[in-house]
Write a protein that binds this ligand. Structure first.
Ligand code: GLN
Length: 494
């Protein structure tokens, strides 16, 4: 295990202090990506020229004595479904394989305003629909902790990039777990903020009432730094909100967890979860207790309907959002059909992969006239029940705990051909998505054969600082988040 390289916060400090230049940092990371990513497939492409030009501009500012922002010179990788001006953004899909983004997503603009350097785009399941980063046109992403293992998904590229030390901070998106689950499987820390806290403008839509921009890093401290910069109302996103306490300053408020009431969710800590995952997460909950937390039992009964409700709502919204890709308005088109309706059919049959087509069919059916009362409307009722359960549980608890995923990283192809098995992988993450509450995954140990395991920490609306504080205290006293895969030390993946 090698010493971990500097975190985002430490890098910004070094650049601000003039201990190294932003250009040096960018070059180092680009070179590391060039050397190590072939074995991983975490990146779709780098923004080398843009990144180096941006880094030089930052160094010039510093030389001129102008002030620099909180992310000065920090390289940041960006999931392939977030727009960066003049760069490709494909959401892992052939349908968008020809798109060059015309503008930069609001949440990324805010990072650049604080002088971060966007370094490249990371791989993902097509349109965010998946949990293993196996369905991208850019190929699969390998887990740095074991070749042949999935990195999780859909933000698998971002998780693998951070785990392999190719970037200190990576941006992802989380609709039903896509930041938290790959973070857990790759041994990094991932945050899905409160819905709306980080604007969605410039995020390629999957399911709009659930989509959140999130981030992955080695430490909770880096995620707090990111959230404080990226969050706040944006007039281009009507669902974006301002509010909540600044998170980074709040981390110094606690040296331990005395006075923090942690609810262990009965329904999300038992049947259906791998034995090793349960053993490791229980041990980490015990560590939280030793750090002063009060640990109590609690219940979210309606979460038994969460997976079904999530997949109906997400698919219905996806069917609507993806209707715009018709071979005329956007992106890729087949271009050789005799009539325009055949053109649309061919473009959509070949532009979308199998999983995406499955979701469009499911979502169209579930929300169609004559069926929506039976499916979509009932899913909405179940979602309301999940929301009420969270609100009630979070009246008496500060945070709620459960494993992030029912298993550690699995082998490529393991869930192919069985959508229900795939969808059940999300049972522990979709409840917080339906409720719109903040949720974080932190590394808390590993299986006997060294595959990382994550503990999920959820809190009430706009209380993002609570999971960040819990994770920060935990990381001050434990070493789980410091375990590096061999590839991070320059070796190959196992
Ligand atoms: N695996 C879930 C899905 O396929 C969640 C994905 C996500 O959060 N984007 O919908």
């Amino acid at each position: 295990v090698s010493a971990p390289p500097p975190t985002a916060r430490e890098l910004a400090r070094q650049v601000l202090a003039g201990e190294c230049s932003a250009e040096q940092v960018a070059r180092q990371h680009l070179e590391r990506i060039a050397r190590r990513d072939e074995a991983l497939g975490a990146f779709c492409s780098t923004f080398a020229e843009r990144a180096l030009a941006g880094a030089r501009a930052i160094d010039a500012r510093r030389a001129a004595g102008e002030p620099l922002g909180a992310l000065a010179g920090v390289p940041i990788a960006v999931k392939d479904n977030l727009c960066v001006a003049d760069q490709p953004a494909s959401a892992g899909s052939r349908m968008l394989s020809t798109l060059i983004a015309p503008f930069t997503a609001t949440s990324l603009q805010r990072l650049e305003q604080q002088h971060a350097v966007l370094i490249g785009r990371t791989n993902m399941d097509e349109f965010g629909m998946g949990s293993s980063t196996e369905t991208s046109i850019h190929g699969r992403t390998h887990n740095p902790f074991g070749h042949g293992l999935v990195a999780g998904g859909s933000s698998g590229g971002s998780a693998a990039a951070v785990a392999a030390d190719l970037t200190p901070l990576a941006i992802g998106s989380d609709t039903g777990g896509s930041v938290r689950q790959p973070a857990a499987m790759c041994g990094v820390t991932g945050l899905k903020p409160t819905y709306g806290r980080v604007p969605r403008y410039g995020l390629i839509a999957y399911a709009s009432s659930l989509d959140c921009v999130g981030a992955l890093a080695r430490t909770a401290e880096d995620l707090a730094l990111w959230l404080d910069v990226a969050s706040g109302r944006d007039s281009a996103d009507a669902t974006s909100i301002t509010g909540g306490a600044p998170c980074l300053p709040s981390l110094t408020e606690r040296a331990d967890l005395r006075g923090v009431r942690c609810g262990v969710v009965r329904e999300l800590n038992g049947p259906g979860i791998d034995e090793q995952v349960l053993r490791v997460t229980r041990a980490s909950i015990e560590q939280l207790r030793e750090l002063g937390a009060e640990v109590v039992d609690c219940s979210l009964p309606s979460t038994q309907h969460a997976v079904a409700a999530y997949y109906l709502i997400a698919a219905a919204e996806a069917a609507s959002n993806l209707a715009r890709y018709d071979g005329v308005h956007y992106g890729w088109r087949r271009g050789d059909a005799p009539t325009s309706s055949q053109e649309t059919t061919r473009t959509r049959s070949e532009g979308f992969g199998e999983e995406v087509q499955l979701r469009i069919l499911l979502g169209t059916f579930a929300s169609s006239y004559g069926h929506s009362e039976q499916f979509y409307e009932r899913a909405r009722m179940a979602r309301d029940a999940v929301r009420r359960d969270f609100a009630r549980a979070l009246q008496s608890c500060d945070v709620l705990l459960c494993p992030t995923a029912p298993t550690a990283a699995f082998a490529f192809g393991e869930h192919q051909g069985d959508p229900v098995k795939r969808y059940l992988c999300d049972a522990l993450t979709v409840p917080a998505s339906l409720a719109g509450v903040p949720a974080l995954s932190m590394p808390c140990g590993a299986t006997d054969d060294g595959r990382p395991i994550g503990l999920q920490v959820m809190a009430a609306h706009l209380r993002d600082e609570l999971p960040l504080q819990v994770a920060h205290v935990f990381q001050q006293h434990t070493r789980h988040h410091l375990v590096r895969p061999e590839i991070a030390a320059g070796g190959g993946a196992r």
